[in-house]
Design a protein around this ligand. Structure first.
Ligand code: ZN
Length: 271
């Protein structure tokens, strides 16, 4: 499933290929993905001015104040191809630009979804209004996380993965950031000092930056031909390494299940 770094890399890849191109027509091969598709015909004649991101949503802003929010779900992919390129398997939406290129959306499992809203008020939409801050923004700092954790019995990993506390930190990046910060994933959030939470925040930001950086070299795979969304070739230190020696202290890496998700950690150096 694409996580925040993957979505950010898709955003950066799409920017030069989509911004400023005038949309001629939109073709939807299916009425719905995860939810019914909005009436995308209204985009004809418009051009995208800006592509931003909120959590794992791509936000395409158009010149008449419309905003198209798109979530890639589990297997969604965008490609920019010549218009006469035949439709690929699982291609559900094609947006034709007047320069002969087209933006295609493919999604084998169809868990992606899209919505049209006003660029002025999108933040009030149900998808966005309860979201916590972006992990790479200044609003997400040690003090903020400490306040969110205060009096909470929940394991710290749950807080990191709670979109109301902070968006876009998926299972893998949560495990890795906790490893780097030396914090046990099951530790009660309310019992972690401000200093340690500051360190954790720093590692969260670092790891997301590194993943985006690692993905930068694969942009063409994402938006042109035959790219597959997924995790970047990125050196995870604990994730998926049950039974291996911890690279920091040599203890054997363990796997536990928290809220139905695998967590990997080192019992030697995470407390
Ligand atoms: Zn260790």
């Amino acid at each position: 499933m694409p996580e925040l770094p993957e979505v950010e890399v898709v955003r950066r890849g799409l920017e030069p290929l989509v911004i400023g191109r005038r949309i001629q027509s939109v073709h939807c091969a299916v009425p719905a993905l995860r939810y019914p598709l909005p009436d995308l015909d209204v985009l004809a004649g418009l051009s995208c001015q800006r592509i931003t991101r909120r959590a794992k949503y791509l936000l395409f802003e158009f010149n008449d104040g419309l905003l198209l929010a798109w979530h890639l779900g589990m297997t969604g992919q965008f490609h920019v191809l010549p218009r006469d390129e035949p439709k690929a398997r699982h291609e559900h939406v094609r947006i034709d630009f007047d320069d002969g290129s087209s933006l295609r959306y493919r999604d084998a499992r169809r868990f992606g979804y899209a919505g049209l809203m006003s660029a002025e008020s999108w933040q009030q939409h149900a998808w966005f209004r309860n979201l916590g801050p972006e992990p790479l923004s200044n609003a997400f700092d040690g003090k903020y996380l400490y306040e969110r954790c205060c009096n909470r019995q929940a394991p710290i990993k749950h807080v990191l993965m709670d979109a109301k506390a902070v968006v876009g930190i998926g299972n893998i990046y949560a495990s890795e950031a906790l490893f780097r910060a030396g914090i046990h994933p099951a530790r009660h959030a309310g019992r972690i000092s401000l200093r340690r939470l500051q360190l954790l925040v720093q590692h969260v930001k670092e790891i997301l930056h590194e993943a985006i950086e690692a993905g930068g070299s694969t942009i063409s795979d994402f938006v042109q031909v035959d790219g597959k969304p997924g995790y970047f070739a990125f050196g995870f230190q604990v994730y998926g390494r049950k039974g291996e020696a911890c690279p920091r202290c040599g203890h054997v890496i363990q796997r536990i299940v928290q809220a139905g998700r695998s967590t990997f950690y080192c019992p030697g150096c995470q407390h």
